[in-house]
Write a protein that binds this ligand. Structure first.
Ligand code: TRP
Ligand code: SF4
Length: 408
């Protein structure tokens, strides 16, 4: 059984993620990321931000695209079900603190770490029409590290393509804590903190610490740190200090986050490749009805079904991937049966997919409506979220500056 204290500390676990504002979000974003974000907002303290600086790392020549898309993307988020009362929605470029942390981290980050991030070479190859031999593009995973570390996020929900960035973030945190995590007057501070919990508790704490450091007894650690973490006499910094003292490590100024892998693209694009704006094979979350119908009706199917009488195989057909998301088991059986026996035609087969997409879209359109009508509301949500984020970001920067000897 978990104690109340433990449940409370789990409830406080923090999630952070961001998205680039490069165009209307499509169903791939919804099924691949947003649905997960919506679920997480009920379970953890979630921070979601518009990564407009990140968009500039590849689209530095197209400021109009970014500008137009920032608030449209937030409407897509709200349409998907993000609730500004349950999560914090904000805009990266309003928080120069991110840039400050990025700069400070950059001082001690080896260039090789960035050159070795797999997305670096991959993207340069894929986006050949853009000149990506820029300093900003090389450095952007470190900017991402700053985005994450500044909120001391425990979890970062991203797709597989971003996992290496979270790994870099962990390395950056470790390096920072190693270089700057030791308070200069650590021993005196520990002594003062122990005085707060009183003689008897200090005695027990010191005894467990000795046991732990000599034998590695984790029970001793759990007991002692459990006590420290639930002591109302201490603030967070003091708890952390005692925990560092107990373990014989530096203070963890920055928290190493964990990646929360979202299964990769459950929903492919209309042509079976990854759904992506640049391939032009997507359906926007708020696309109009006629266009959805048209796109699905003209979707390619199993090439073996040239004529209506040719049998097909759903496994060779992108429409089937849509059925897997949008159709009931019964419908799926009907598809398998009808396709392999040429009992149904492809247009017929596509109908439930169209209906499924339209049905899924209804609540999204309804949620988006007030914001489309009154864009001021969106700005207010972003303003309020940015204020909340700023409080956290500033507190971290205060600690970071302190750790680096910059709080003159
Ligand atoms: N780099 C991410 C992308 O291109 C977006 C992003 C920026 C992000 N900062 C982040 C994601 C922090 C998670 C956490 O999709
Ligand atoms: Fe694809 Fe359905 Fe046509 Fe089979 S019947 S090829 S699953 S669209």
């Amino acid at each position: 059984m978990m104690s109340e204290q433990q449940t409370a500390s789990i409830a406080k676990q923090r999630v952070l993620s961001g998205m680039r504002p490069t165009g209307a979000l499509h169903l791939g974003h919804y099924h691949g990321a947003l649905k997960n974000w919506v679920r997480l907002q009920q379970e953890m303290e979630c921070f979601y931000f518009v990564a407009d600086w990140h968009a500039l790392t590849t689209h530095y020549e197209s400021r109009d695209i970014i500008e137009k898309n920032v608030f449209e993307m937030v409407i897509d988020w709200l349409a998907a079900g993000l609730d500004p009362n349950q999560c914090t929605i904000f805009l990266q470029s309003r928080l120069p603190e991110h840039a400050e942390l990025f700069t400070l981290l950059a001082m001690g980050t080896p260039i090789g770490w960035l050159e070795r991030v797999p997305t670096y070479k991959d993207q340069q190859q894929q986006l050949k029409d853009k000149d990506l031999s820029t300093y900003g593009f090389l450095g952007y995973p470190l900017l991402q590290a700053a985005d994450i570390l500044i909120y001391k996020a425990h979890y970062v929900p991203v797709g597989e393509d971003q996992a290496s960035h979270v790994e870099l973030t962990r390395e950056a945190a470790r390096r920072f804590n190693h270089l700057y995590g030791r308070e200069t007057n650590f021993d005196a501070l520990v002594k003062a903190t122990l005085e707060k919990i009183g003689k008897d508790s200090t005695k027990r704490f010191e005894k467990s610490r000795k046991v732990y450091q000599e034998t590695g007894d984790t029970k001793a650690m759990e007991g002692a740190l459990g006590f420290v973490n639930s002591s109302p006499l201490l603030d967070d910094a003091e708890r952390e200090r005692l925990s560092a003292y107990f373990r014989g490590t530096g203070r963890m100024v920055l928290v190493e986050p964990q990646v929360l892998l979202t299964e990769s693209a459950k929903l492919p694009g209309l042509d079976g490749r990854k759904m992506s704006k640049s391939y032009g094979n997507g359906i926007a979350m708020r696309e109009d009805k006629a266009s959805i119908e048209h796109k699905v009706k003209t979707m390619p199917t199993d090439p073996a079904r040239v004529k209506r009488t040719d049998a097909g195989n759903p496994d060779n057909c992108p429409v089937w991937q849509f059925h897997k998301i949008y159709s009931s088991n019964d419908t799926q059986n009907w598809v398998r049966q009808g396709c392999t026996s040429a009992g149904i035609g492809c247009l017929e087969c596509k109908r439930p997919v169209i209906d499924g997409i339209l049905a899924e879209q209804q609540p999204m359109l309804a949620r988006a409506e007030p914001y489309v009508k009154n864009p001021k509301l969106v700005r207010e949500i972003v303003d309020a979220g940015t204020d909340r984020a700023r409080t956290v970001a500033r507190a971290t920067m205060h600690e970071v500056r302190g750790a680096m000897g910059l709080n003159y």
